[in-house]
Design a protein around this ligand. Structure first.
Ligand SMILES: [Zn+2]
Length: 346
């Protein structure tokens, strides 16, 4: 949901939403999956506008859940699993609620809203949340470290896209993303070592002070989320851009995240979500590896997957962001947005 035409967002969708038209349209395939990345915690006083774009305010989250409850059938993740494993159709206008990454605010700030609205959610966490000291997402930490000062040659220790050094992109965000892609070519251990060098070079960052905003759930917190009745899925061990590493490393990231979370929680993990979850960060190899790892299904973070056949390992999701208005949310749920994009070849 990154780009929406301003006319659709500010004119067409509000009119269609307020007249109730959107609620009468059935989603493509009969059901929708919505995806969050957590909510803005109350102790987060230093908003970082770019990375914070993935989080929604708790009251907006509540409003969206209330809209779903009023107009859709929210399915429990276990029922979703049972139906797709048995090949049974989902009830009309079904919505599955999911959330990626496993930040601490999912337990401290998001769970209370889910509980008070009595809505179940499928949380996708990384292998880091099976440890006592999970730290923060490496690519978010890298963003803050690169903000302190340019890496000044440290990127050159990383593999390049095509073996040659190309000129650094001009904008900060493009430089950061290019570095994330290069570091994703390393295996997890080498990437951790390289991040250690960056940390020493750039010095401490004060931007990561809010634990609830940035830190990942530790094992005790993950167990609390699971014991609160929420479902847990896998999101790799270390959240790399999977398609850029070796096949062996991608297999390990996918398969071992299932094994580690299952052994930490003592429960089967049947669902997987691809990190970053779009066609520039995963390909057919990752889809095959998710299938081979024994998951029932795997989720994207986008609403359509090229022209390839849709199957249980490329399930589309509606990515809800800070800027998603309620009419826009309704337009995506109804499938109207995707139909319009397809009609204009977008
Ligand atoms: Zn993620």
């Amino acid at each position: 949901m990154r780009f929406v035409s301003p006319v659709l967002k500010h004119v067409a969708y509000p009119v269609l939403h307020h007249t109730g038209c959107l609620r009468r349209i059935t989603p493509i395939g009969g059901y929708s999956v919505v995806n969050y990345h957590g909510v803005v915690p109350s102790d987060h006083s230093d908003p970082e506008s770019f990375l914070d774009g993935n989080l929604v305010q708790p009251e907006v989250f509540r409003q969206q859940l209330q809209f779903l409850k009023a107009h859709y059938h929210i399915i429990h993740p276990d029922d979703f699993r049972a139906r797709i494993e048995q090949g049974k159709p989902l009830p009309p206008r079904t919505v599955l609620v999911t959330c990626d990454d496993g930040l601490v605010n999912t337990l401290t700030d998001m769970l209370p809203v889910l509980q008070s609205e009595r809505v179940p959610c499928l949380f996708f966490v990384t292998g880091a949340s099976c440890s006592n000291n999970p730290g923060v997402l490496w690519y978010e930490e890298l963003y803050h470290l690169m903000r302190i000062k340019p890496l000044n040659g440290l990127e050159q220790q990383l593999p390049t896209e095509d073996g040659t050094e190309s000129p650094a992109p001009k904008s900060f965000q493009a430089r950061w993303w290019s570095t994330v892609r290069r570091a994703s070519r390393l295996d997890a251990r080498a990437r951790t070592d390289w991040m250690g060098l960056v940390r020493i070079y750039c010095g401490p960052t004060r931007s990561l002070q809010s634990e609830r905003r940035w830190r990942l759930l530790n094992i005790a917190e993950l167990k609390r989320l699971s014991e609160a009745g929420m479902s847990i899925g896998a999101h790799t061990l270390s959240h790399p851009v999977l398609s850029l590493g070796s096949e062996e490393e991608a297999r390990r990231e996918i398969r071992d995240s299932k094994i580690e979370i299952e052994s930490a929680l003592g429960r089967p993990v049947w669902a997987f979500a691809y990190p970053f979850g779009n066609s520039s960060t995963l390909g057919e190899r990752e889809v095959r590896l998710a299938q081979e790892a024994g998951f029932t299904c795997a989720f994207l973070n986008v609403e359509h997957w090229g022209d390839g056949p849709s199957n249980l390992f490329v399930l589309p999701r509606i990515h809800v962001t800070k800027n998603t208005t309620l009419p826009e949310f309704a337009a995506h749920l109804s499938g109207l947005h995707t139909r319009l994009q397809r009609a204009v070849g977008g």
